[in-house]
Design a protein around this ligand. Structure first.
Ligand code: GLU
Length: 482
C-alpha cells in the first residue's frame, strides 16, 4: 500500500512553528517509505480568511524543500485540493449516511437548541443534543423536507459502549460513547462542518496517515465513528504533542513567539530551522543532531516520535544555525552574507569576501553581521580599558609602547598583505622581547575599538588597508597618552 500523508493547513497568514513541524513529519513519514505528500488547503473558515495567506504556505514548503506531490498548485488525481472548491460534494455523502441509518435530519430551531442549554444542569455550557428529531417519523421528515424547512444533518452516535482507536504516538485512546454529541455534519446553509469535510476529504484523497496536532485527539473518536459509519478504512492516526515555549505555555504567535517567517527575518537559515524542528518531538535511534533533509528522509521512523511536549529552545536553534554556517560552502555563505555587508558597509571600498571569511566561523545568525562589522566602516568611540587583557598580559602602558613601536614599522611596509603584516609584526615582537599578545592585542583593539572582533590584528590591518590602519593606531596612541 502506498503511504499518503497530507498537510492540511488553514491559511492563517503565517507559518507557525508547530504547523511547519507537522508538515515536516508528514513529509518524512511519506518520503521515508516511498510515499506521497499532499497539500490540501483548508480554507472553509472564511472569517479567518487572510489575503495572501496561501502564498505563505506555498512559499514555506518551497523554501524548506518539503515538495508536495499533489496540491492546488501542482495538481493530482484527487483534487480539487482547496476545500472551498469541494463544497458541492459533501451533501451526497451525508445523505448516504442518512440512508444507512447513521445520520438523520434535524429541524430544531435555534431557540429550541438554546433552551436545551438552559435546561442543562450545567447551565449554558455544552449540552448534548437530545435527539428530538431522530425520533421523528419518516413521513414527517419527508413532509418537512418537501416544505423546504431548513435542516441540518447530524451524525447518530452509538448510545452505549466505548469507541477506541490506536494512536501511533499516544497509544490507545478510549471514550465513552454516551459522552459523544450527535455532531452536525451538514449545516443549514448546505455546507459541511469542518469535521465532516475533513474526514470525507481524507478518505477521497486516500490518505493513509493522518498526522496533526494533539488538539485534535479528542475529536478523533468522532472521526473514527464516521469512517465506521461509511464502512471506510480509518487512517493511521499520528497526533503530535504541542510545541511549547516553556514547561507551561504553548508556543504562540500572539504572545510574541516567532513564526517561520520571523525566524528567517531574524537571520536564521532555512536548513537549520528544518533540522532543529525535526528534533522537536522526534529523535533518531543514534544521537545525531545535524541532518540534511535527505538524511532525515532516510533516518525518519514513526517510532522515534515522542508524546512529551517539546520545548522550543531558541538558544539551541541559534547554536545549530552557527554550526550550519560554519559547515557551509564559502560561496553559498557569501551569497547570504553579501546583502547584509552591502547594507552595513555601504560606501566603503572594503573587501567583503575577506570579511566574510572572518565572519563565517563565528556567526550565530546572519543578523549578527551588521553589528559585528560596523567598526570596519567607522571606528567606535571606546575606552582605554579595552587595552587591558589579563591573558594577553597587557595594560595601558604596554599597549601604548606597542602601538608606538608598531606605527613606524607598518608605515615602512611596501607591500600590504597578511604575510607582510604578519612577518613585520612578528619581527617587532622579537625585537621588543615581548609576548605576541602584548603587541597583537593592542593593535587589534586599536583597529576595532571593540572588546572582540571577527579576526585578529593581522587580518584587520590587511582589510582596513595601510592608511586606515596607521590612522587607527595613531588614534590609539593619543587615547592612551591622555
Ligand atoms: N486545518 C487544520 C489546522 O490547520 C488541520 C487539521 C488536520 O490536520 O486534520 O489545524
Amino acid at each position: 500500500m502506498e503511504i499518503r500523508t497530507r498537510f492540511a493547513p488553514s491559511p492563517t497568514g503565517y507559518m507557525h512553528i508547530g504547523n511547519l513541524r507537522t508538515a515536516l513529519y508528514e513529509y518524512l513519514i511519506a518520503k521515508s517509505q516511498g510515499g506521497k505528500f499532499i497539500l490540501r488547503i483548508e480554507d472553509t473558515d472564511q472569517e479567518r480568511y487572510v489575503e495572501g495567506a496561501t502564498d505563505i504556505i506555498y512559499n514555506t514548503l518551497k523554501m524548506t524543500g518539503l515538495h508536495h506531490d499533489e496540491g492546488p498548485d501542482v495538481g493530482g488525481d484527487y483534487g480539487p485540493y482547496v476545500q472551498s472548491e469541494r463544497m458541492g460534494m459533501y451533501m451526497d455523502f451525508a445523505k448516504e449516511l442518512v440512508e444507512k441509518g447513521q445520520a438523520y435530519y434535524c429541524f430544531c430551531t435555534k431557540e429550541r437548541l438554546e433552551s436545551l442549554k438552559e435546561n442543562n444542569a450545567e447551565g449554558s455550557a455544552f449540552a448534548k443534543y437530545d435527539r428530538h428529531c431522530y425520533n421523528l417519523p419518516k413521513e414527517e421528515v419527508q413532509a418537512k423536507l418537501d416544505a423546504g424547512e431548513p435542516f441540518v444533518i447530524r451524525q447518530k452516535m452509538p448510545e452505549e459502549g466505548t469507541t477506541a482507536f490506536q494512536d501511533m504516538v499516544y497509544g490507545e485512546i478510549t471514550v465513552e460513547n454516551k459522552e459523544l454529541d450527535d455532531q452536525i455534519l451538514m449545516k443549514a446553509d448546505g455546507f459541511p462542518t469542518y469535521n465532516f469535510a475533513n474526514v470525507v476529504d481524507d478518505h477521497l484523497m486516500k490518505i493513509t496517515h493522518v498526522v496533526r496536532g494533539s488538539e485534535y485527539l479528542s475529536s478523533t473518536p468522532k472521526y473514527n465513528l464516521l469512517y465506521q459509519a461509511f464502512g471506510w478504512d480509518a487512517p493511521v492516526y499520528v497526533h503530535l504533542p504541542a510545541v511549547m515555549r516553556d514547561a507551561h505555555h504553548k508556543l504562540s504567535k500572539r504572545h510574541g513567539d516567532k513564526s517561520f517567517e520571523d525566524l528567517i527575518r531574524a537571520g536564521y537559515l532555512v536548513e537549520a530551522i528544518v533540522n532543529y524542528i525535526a528534533l522537536l518531538g522526534w529523535s533518531p535511534s543514534d544521537n545525531t543532531e545535524i541532518f540534511t533533509l535527505k538524511e532525515l528522509e532516510e533516518k525518519f521512523h514513526i517510532e522515534g516520535l515522542s508524546k512529551s511536549p517539546a520545548i522550543f529552545d531558541i538558544k539551541k536553534l541559534t547554536w545549530m544555525n552557527g554550526e550550519y554556517m560554519k559547515a557551509m560552502d564559502f560561496e553559498k555563505f557569501f551569497a547570504l552574507a553579501e546583502p547584509k555587508l552591502n547594507e552595513a558597509l555601504a560606501g566603503t571600498q572594503l573587501d567583503f569576501r575577506k570579511i566574510a571569511v572572518l565572519l563565517q566561523k563565528r556567526l550565530e545568525t546572519l543578523n549578527d553581521i551588521p553589528h559585528l562589522v560596523a567598526f570596519f566602516k567607522e571606528l567606535p568611540v571606546y575606552g582605554t580599558e579595552l587595552y587591558t587583557h589579563k591573558k594577553m598580559k597587557t595594560n595601558d602602558d604596554i599597549a601604548l609602547a606597542s602601538l608606538q613601536a608598531a606605527i613606524p614599522v607598518l608605515e615602512g611596509l611596501e607591500e600590504w598583505n597578511e604575510t607582510a603584516i604578519h612577518d613585520c609584526l612578528m619581527a617587532l615582537v622579537g625585537e621588543l622581547g615581548i609576548k605576541n599578545g602584548q603587541l597583537l592585542w593592542p593593535v587589534r583593539t586599536a583597529l576595532s575599538g571593540e572588546p572582540t572582533s571577527p579576526g585578529g590584528a593581522i587580518e584587520l590591518a590587511d582589510i582596513l588597508g595601510k592608511a586606515e590602519t596607521i590612522r587607527r593606531l595613531q588614534n590609539g596612541v593619543s587615547l592612551l597618552s591622555k
